[in-house]
Design a protein around this ligand. Structure first.
Ligand code: NAP
Length: 483
């Protein structure tokens, strides 16, 4: 199978925060890989912008080092790297100052796609947006890309939306959630809406429950001070897990176009019930082989959660009565993200109790190895009578695509190319982000008001015991965390 790489038109991409961690680890290596794959043309320009006073040669050296560190050897071709570095430029500027902006304007061309990546803290979004307009740098058709966190509550998200929309139309704003750039997430839509098999069963009548897990093995590491003000609910649930929930639960849009898809996602968020206190478990990893959460954030009194599990309900015709269980945490047993749809067992077993009752399970793995797996029930082979067993119908991409799987763009690459194509489908709209905060804010306020302490959990575990109980009381269990 040969996948087609469709080149994008020439573009000018300005990366504010071009010297930062995200640019170095993800954006610049990702752009290089798209260049290597033939998707980014030689005529494209990438202009780094930051306060660090350096010339273009020094910035190119930084980019070359980032490629050496973060791009696999197979794709590091000397000629290709040289041609890519020829596309790189740099401007010294302060987002809050006046110097450097005219120089940036002089570097922007008139007839190319124009995009500005705000790879800086959200405190600078308004300053940059305002200067792009006042210095007449951004054209009417310019695109801006903004990173998470998009606010820390509804009020701050509204303020960010206000700052951006004062200078740009919503159709120009690309709010990144890199989970939406994963191949599997898009495949979830293909599986749901491209097959007759699943959609008729995709409702409360046939789906027992859905589990969405994003487990990490790392701790909060060097981000302790930032993370402690945020916690798992703000850092992961409000954005990534809710986006996955929306794509799983949404109604079929009339067409695969940005507003049609985002309208349907928004309806899901608005149909979410408030979560009962008993249906939320918050946790903090304790000291083990590595320092505990409280040591990592250097705050012995912190009540911020590094783990959260919750049960939510969607009050609409399709999903009334089917719970969605979400969980995410740090320092867990495995690095694994997946959406698992547990179907109900058959209403009656014609084979009798001794055959065993099985139910179909569709799992959509986002990491480590992206793929979709459907468990189906068959007869256990052999002469032992009619006994049932589950077998997986594995639709893992690595197997289906062979070597090509290694060349699939990662989430950032795919999303940046979507920006260049002007496709907003996989980006969050302003009203979606606000609706997500409007749902999470009261939950956070409630546990803050109660002063509730997170439960402790062991490093390398599946989270606190209480999270197991959340499932057990409903006679269900979490899927195993597998590396
Ligand atoms: P970082 O390593 O601290 O980099 C920040 C960048 O902003 C640097 O290039 C810095 O360069 C520049 N900068 C800071 N103040 C500036 C100013 N006044 N004017 C112009 N440039 C300025 O941060 P990061 O990790 O790259 O993260 C950037 C954004 O992405 C943040 O909002 C973060 O939350 C988000 N994000 C990061 C990751 C990640 O994996 N790193 C993942 C998801 C989201 P100078 O010091 O040279 O000015």
């Amino acid at each position: 199978m040969v996948s087609r790489v469709i080149p994008v038109d020439a573009f000018d991409l300005v990366i504010f925060g071009g010297t930062g961690d995200l640019a170095r680890r993800k954006i610049l290596p990702g752009l290089y890989r798209r260049f290597w794959a033939g998707q980014m043309p030689d005529e494209a320009r990438i202009i780094g912008a930051a306060r660090t006073d350096q010339d273009v040669a020094a910035f190119r050296t930084m980019v070359a080092e980032a490629i050496a560190e973060f791009v696999s050897e197979r794709k590091r071709d000397a000629d290709c790297i040289k041609r890519f570095l020829d596309c790189i430029d740099y401007v010294t500027l302060d987002a809050r100052g006046e110097a450097g902006w005219k120089e940036l304007k002089s570097k922007c061309r008139a007839n190319t796609v124009q995009a500005f990546y705000f790879s800086v803290g959200p405190g600078l979004f308004g300053d940059i947006a305002e200067r792009l307009r006042s210095f007449k740098i951004a054209r009417q058709d310019a695109r801006i890309v903004v990173e998470k966190p998009f606010g820390r509550d509804l009020a701050t998200a509204k303020e960010l939306n206000r700052e951006l929309s004062a200078n740009f139309d919503e159709s120009q704003i690309y709010r990144i959630d890199h989970y939406l750039g994963k191949e599997t997430v898009q495949n979830l839509m293909a599986v749901r809406f491209g097959n007759v098999l699943f959609e008729p069963l995709w409702n409360a009548q046939y789906v027992d429950h859905v589990q969405i897990t994003v487990a990490e093995t790392v701790g909060v590491g060097g981000r302790g001070a930032y993370y402690d003000k945020s916690g798992a609910m703000r850092d992961m649930v409000q954005n990534h897990l809710m986006q996955l929930l929306c794509l799983t639960a949404m109604e079929p849009p009339a067409k695969f176009d940005p507003d049609a898809v985002r309208d349907e996602k928004l309806k899901v968020i608005r149909a979410l019930d408030p979560v009962e206190a008993d249906d939320i478990v918050r946790g903090q990893y304790r000291e083990g082989a590595e320092p505990g959460y409280l040591q990592d954030v250097e705050n012995p009194d912190s009540r911020t959660e590094s783990f959260i599990a919750l049960k939510c309900h969607i009050s609409n015709w399709r999903w009334k009565g089917t719970p969605f269980y979400l969980r995410t945490g740090k320092r867990m047993a495995a690095r694994m993200s997946e959406i698992v749809v547990h179907f109900k067992p058959t209403p009656h077993s014609i084979f009798g109790e001794e055959a065993g009752t099985k139910a179909n399970v569709l799992s959509i793995r986002l990491q480590p190895d992206e793929g979709i797996d459907l468990s189906v029930t068959i007869k256990e082979p052999g002469p032992g009578g009619m006994r049932l067993m589950d077998v997986p119908l594995d639709m893992s991409f690595a197997e289906a695509l062979g070597e090509e799987a290694a060349d699939m763009p990662d989430a950032y690459e795919r999303l940046i190319m979507d920006v260049m194509r002007g496709n907003q489908t996989l980006f969050m709209r302003g009203d979606e982000v606000e609706a997500a905060w409007a749902w999470t804010d009261p939950l956070i306020e409630a546990w803050t008001r109660r002063g509730s302490k997170p439960c402790s959990y062991a490093q390398g575990s599946t989270g606190p015991e209480e999270a197991m109980m959340l499932m057990h009381k409903d006679r269900r269990r979490w899927r195993e965390l597998e590396q």
